[in-house]
Each structure stands twice: as C-alpha cells, then as structure tokens.
Design a binder for this molecule. Structure first.
Ligand code: FAD
Length: 506
C-alpha cells in the first residue's frame, strides 16, 4: 500500500467523505483517515437489542425530486441507493407547549405550511405567507443552496444582522404563533438575541421543502460514500487517528498518526472540529492571531440523549418528530437550572425496515451544557479497542438525568416507562470523545447576528496546502455539510465545471 497520496483527508464525517468523493471522481488519489471504527462522524449508528439508533442525523430536508439535496445526492451516487421514508407531509414536526393541549404541525410544501397553521390562526394567513416567502428569499441568496453557479455577495445582506427571535416578532403579534415558528430551534441550537435569521431560514426552509428519515439509520449514507470512494481508487482507513502534521518548509509533508504511522500527501483537508485542526499544526506555522481568533469562537451547546428500546408492538410507529416546551417560550430551553431541567425536549422515532408498523425505539434529547459534566472531563471511555467506564458517580448522574427526561416525555407518551426494554444514554462527553467536537458541541461554531462575518470560516488556512471542510465551513446539517465539501473541493478543482456536473447528475 502506497502511503503517499494527492490528498489526505482527516475525518470521515459527511464533509470529509463528500470531499473525498468529489476529488476521487476528479482523478485525485485520496486517502481518508478516521479515528473510529465506524466511518461517518455524526452519521454513525449503533444498535442495542437489535434496534438501530442514529447518533447525529434524525431527519433530512430537500430530498424530493427537483430539490437541492436530491440533486447533490444524485451527483454523489446516493439517490438510488438510500432507503428513505418521507415524514408526514401534513405534519413532519409536531410542536406543543405546556398548558396547551393543542398540537401545532409544521407541514411540507410552503403553501401547505401556511394553510396548516392558518387552521389555528385564520387571521394570520397573510403573515404566514410573508414568512415563508422571506424564508425562500433568504435561501435564494446562497447560490449553492440553489445548486447554482451564480456569483453573489451575501456578506452585505441585512438578514445576516437580523436576530431570528426579533424577526419572528415582526411576522406576527401573536405570541403563540411566534413561538410555534421558532419551536424547532434545537435544529440549529437557536438562541434569543443571538442566532441570525439566515441560520433559521436555511434550516427551516429545507424541511418545509420536504422532510425524510433514513430507514435503518443514516449510517447508510457513509457506507455508500465510502464504498464509492474505494471503487474510484481511493483509500478509507478506520482506526487511524491523526496526531500532528510534519512540515517541509512552509507546507505540510505528512500526517503522523497516534500509532506512529506516517501518511504523506500533497494536500491535506481537515474535517475535524476546528480546534483539533489547529492543534495538529505547530506554532511556527500559524500566526497566533489566526489561532486565537478560531479558538475563541463560541461553540453551540450540547445535549443529553436517551435512546430507548421498546417492547415489540407496544407503540405504533409515528411518522413525525416532536418538539415540546414545558413553558410558552420556545427560546427558553437552554436557560435551565438543575431543578428546572428539562425545559423542553425533542423526540424522534426511528424508521425500521424490520418493524414498519411499530416504533421499536425512541430517541429523546434535552439540551445539556458542558459544565454539567465538568467533573468527568478528564475521563475517556473509548480507546481504539475497548470501552472503559467513567465511574459510578457518572452512571448515577446519567441515571438521574434519564429519569427526569423519561418523566418529561410521559407528557407525549403516558406510561411509556412500562414499555421500555432497555435505555442507553449519551452526554456531551460522548460527542467530545466519539466525534472530537469541542465540549461536545452540537453544530460547531455558534453564529451571532451581532458579528456575522466572524463565523464565516474560509476553507483556506494560512498553511498553503491545508484546507478545511465540514460543518464550520459553510453550514451544519446534511445539506450544509454537503455544500461545504463543494466549497472545499472547489479550491482544488474548477468550481464552475463541478457545479455543472452536479446540476446535470441523473
Ligand atoms: C445530536 C445531533 C443531532 C443532529 N441531528 C441532525 C439532523 O437531524 N439533521 C441534520 O441534517 N443534521 C443533524 N445534525 C448535524 C449534523 O450531524 C452535522 O452537522 C454533520 O454530520 C457534521 O459533519 P462534518 O462533516 O462536519 O463531520 P463530523 O460528523 O463532525 O465528523 C468529524 C469526523 O472526524 C473524525 N475525527 C476527529 N478527529 C480526528 C482525528 N484526529 N483523526 C481522524 N479522524 C478524526 C471524527 O471521528 C468524525 O468521524 C445533528 C448533530 C448532532 C450532534
């Protein structure tokens, strides 16, 4: 096996795999290095009692014929391979609030979205129409969101400097409706007086276009991409954790792995968390100002997740997601205390080919700040070959949190506890250790309308042959990260031609 490649990609998250796919297709000899056994980063799945669980992709937007991700996935050879299930067209997300028995549905299709909410708020039809139009207009500003080669300067657009919650307050004076429109903010870790409107628009519009689950988990996306990369002559190595870059002059010559192996390359692409990427470059090769700027960017909050295996046949499969807030303010869930946690939850069922009629599992998540796990930050429970426990006090902490979250979801599923076969959990430390994300953050850097350009990260670095890709370049989520790979690969191949290939993929 040759240890010298045209391009070495560190990290096999969606961004790393899509970059590798594009570059392999363009004739580059590519090697992807992944520290874990399973490739895919947040696309990883795991199984307990024969139920499959997603870890970081619960639903995907824009996959219907003619829509943006559908076209990208055609280019990546995925569309005819994936097992997908479209969520309920008339209600892919169900939103509810404490003290209000009504369930409000977000529906697919812009007109359908408006009409479905207008059933509860007939006076608000015009405002809702204005809202969905604005969402589309914002998305139109981002050429790659529309799979277009057009050149547009987004940096001066007013929506970069508009706060999402403040904008929703201008859509309608109806407070309940404002909160219904903002209720799916866990999809982007949205915060009041912080999250720019474009973040809300790019995420929400994608699901309004269409919303899908991967049947038997999103790991299939990573598997198919990995197989295609290998078929095109590329190399994908698991159990290969990059430790440091070695330089020859100003350029990186090779990457050294934690087990001592050396992989040489001409170009390098980091798909890891930004802090990890910088850690691998020694101080002579990056100006302190650049390093400080990146390291000081605030990251998004993390989550505590409970994965439930259910007794067979006890819960009918439901083809939507649930977002519940115990209060009336959809933007308050992050501001919890030990006593008030959880202030809300997001709940997903898995689509399973084995059990299409019944939900064999559930995933429930509530926000969790990294400081809650501060006392265990020096423990690590994964090493390449075995899992260690972090200690009994950590198990007690997780059990306490699990009980609280299960009590909370009794709101949506009375008596659910009786139907649980087994329960499993993840904390911010799980994401820190499996994905390598700083403080277990959900979606990378937190964007802020007060200084929007600060979080526009270029795929280029100060090191001439080191590029970046993934959720911090461009945007998080399946669509955002797929586009990030196009942005990154365009540093090495002709962008106009690449986008044309994507546009014409069948
Ligand atoms: C709980 C959760 C739920 C989510 N739900 C959704 C959803 O429903 N829909 C959606 O569209 N998005 C969702 N997202 C966001 C989405 O998962 C991410 O934006 C996206 O997967 C990030 O991809 P990435 O390419 O940036 O890489 P990542 O997934 O972050 O992967 C990085 C990879 O780099 C590897 N790595 C790190 N360090 C090293 C090293 N030193 N050497 C080698 N390899 C290394 C890691 O092991 C990992 O495989 C969710 C995220 C989370 C955390």
């Amino acid at each position: 096996m040759s240890n010298k490649y045209d391009v070495v990609i560190i990290g096999s998250g969606l961004g790393g795999l899509c970059s590798a796919y594009i570059l392999s297709k363009e004739g580059y000899n590519v090697c992807v290095l992944e520290k874990n056994r399973q490739i895919g980063g947040n696309l990883q799945i795991f199984s307990r009692s024969k139920s499959i669980f997603d870890t970081g992709i619960h639903y995907i937007g824009g996959l219907a014929e003619g829509q943006n991700l559908n076209q990208y996935f055609k280019y990546f050879g995925l569309m005819d391979k994936l097992k997908l299930k479209q969520l309920d067209v008339d209600g892919y997300d169900h939103v509810s609030f404490g003290g209000d028995p009504q369930v409000y549905k977000h529906a697919q299709g812009h007109d359908n979205f408006v009409e479905t909410l207008a059933q509860h708020f007939p006076q608000e039809r015009e405002n809702l129409t204005r809202y969905v139009r604005k969402m589309r207009e914002i998305c139109d500003f981002f050429p790659l969101y529309r799979v277009s080669n057009e050149a547009k300067d987004v940096t001066r657009a007013d929506f970069l400097e508009t706060d999402t919650k403040a904008y929703l307050e201008t859509v309608t004076s109806n407070k309940k409706l404002q909160n219904i429109l903002g209720a799916t903010n866990p999809l982007y870790a949205g915060e009041a007086d912080k999250t720019p409107l474009y973040v809300h628009a790019l995420v929400v519009n994608s699901y309004i276009e269409s919303a899908w689950r991967c049947v038997d988990g999103s790991g299939q996306i990573a598997k198919h991409l990995g197989d295609s990369i290998k078929e095109m002559g590329g190399t994908v190595l698991n159990y290969s954790e990059a430790k440091t870059f070695n330089f020859l002059g100003d350029e990186i010559k090779e990457v050294e792995l934690t087990d001592g192996r050396i992989i040489e390359g001409k170009k390098f692409i980091c798909n890891t968390d930004l802090s990890k990427a910088l850690e691998m470059v020694d101080s002579n090769h990056l100006r302190p100002a650049y390093r400080n700027r990146i390291n000081n960017l605030e990251t998004t909050i993390s989550v505590f997740i409970v994965y439930l295996v259910l007794k067979p046949g006890t819960l009918k499969y439901f083809n939507h997601n649930i977002y519940h807030n115990f209060g009336s303010d959809a933007w308050d869930a992050m501001n919890y205390t030990e006593e008030s946690w959880p202030k809300g939850y997001a709940l997903f069922s898995q689509a399973s080919s084995k059990s299409p009629e019944h939900a064999d599992s559930l995933i429930v998540m509530g926000y969790m700040r990294y400081d809650e796990v501060a006392q265990w930050i020096n423990t690590k429970n994964i090493t390449p070959n075995h899992i260690e426990k972090r200690g009994d006090d950590y198990e007690d902490f997780k059990n306490r949190k699990t009980e609280k979250l299960l009590d909370a979801i009794e709101h949506s599923f009375p008596n659910i506890k009786k139907n649980i076969v087994s329960q499993h959990t993840s904390t911010p430390l799980t994401y820190r250790d499996y994905i390598g994300s700083k403080d277990g953050n959900l979606y990378g850097i937190a964007k802020n309308y007060k200084d929007p350009l600060k979080t526009f990260i270029s795929p280029r670095t100060k090191v001439p042959n080191l590029l970046l890709t993934g959720q911090n370049i461009n945007f998080h989520g399946v669509l955002g990260v797929t586009i990030s790979s196009v942005v990154t690969a365009s540093e090495l191949v002709d962008k106009t031609n690449l986008v044309k290939q994507i546009q014409s993929a069948t």
